[in-house]
Design a protein around this ligand. Structure first.
Ligand SMILES: Nc1ncnc2c1ncn2[C@@H]1O[C@H](COP(=O)(O)OP(=O)(O)OP(=O)(O)O)[C@@H](O)[C@H]1O
Length: 205
């Protein structure tokens, strides 16, 4: 997968968040989008994911050297972000089953295996509304990282995780992200330390 942004800018009402952002994310690269609070990291990730539309410039996805229409990109990516809600009425099992209507898991893994790997085996029959915030974040990470997709978009992926949860995230990245394109939006080295490519969004004002 190649994601190319050419002179991309985003404004909300009259305020530009960033402008003239030109960059190519490709292959199995690992990229960190860095910058202070309010600088536009999350906004850029949401433009890449298709959740927000850009205000100027061009965004193109190439998959197997063919242009991929923007409305098909979501099939090839998985997202972890604080603003993405899980269905509160579902149990973890129902969450995983629902997810499988849209994306399959990495080969060889069942939902039950994945729940165990992220420390949620005892929550299999528990409703999400009764999860702690850290348990919800573990579920979000599990659904994204174990999705069989070439692109992962991680917005503040360690939000609400305790120290073992952060270590788990880092292990999951080591075990399952080597051969995928990963973009992390973060201020925290623990979240983006594995990313060789680093982009300061505040350079694009
Ligand atoms: N839907 C929106 N409507 C208006 N302004 C918005 C909207 N979403 C974001 N903004 C503004 O865009 C700017 C960038 O916000 P964004 O969430 O991308 O920053 P960030 O770098 O991810 O911040 P943080 O480190 O605090 O998560 C901020 O000034 C924010 O108020």
């Amino acid at each position: 997968m190649t994601i190319s942004l050419n002179q991309v800018g985003k404004r909300f009402n009259y305020d530009w968040v960033f402008r003239r952002f030109t960059y190519t994310f490709s292959g199995t690269g690992h990229y960190a989008i860095l910058g202070p609070n309010g600088s536009g990291k999350s906004t850029l990730l949401q433009i890449v994911s298709g959740h927000h539309h850009h205000s100027e410039g061009e965004l193109q996805y190439l998959f197997n050297d063919q242009v991929l229409p923007q409305d098909r990109f979501f099939r090839h990516c998985a997202i972890v972000a604080p603003y993405l809600e899980l269905v509160e009425e579902f149990t973890l099992q129902e969450c995983f089953d629902f997810h499988l209507h849209f994306k399959s898991f990495l080969p060889g893994y069942t939902g039950r295996d994945i729940a165990g790997l992220v420390g949620l085996d005892k929550a299999w029959h528990k409703q999400v509304r009764n999860f702690s915030s850290g348990m919800k974040q573990r579920a979000r990470l599990a659904l994204a990282i174990f999705s069989d997709v070439p692109v992962l978009l991680l917005d503040e992926p360690c939000t609400n995780l305790d120290a073992p949860g952060i270590a788990l995230y880092q292990q999951l990245v080591r075990d399952h992200c080597g051969n995928r394109l990963v973009i992390v939006s973060s201020n925290d080295e623990a979240e983006y330390g594995f990313c060789r490519e680093r982009i300061q969004i505040s350079d694009y004002k």
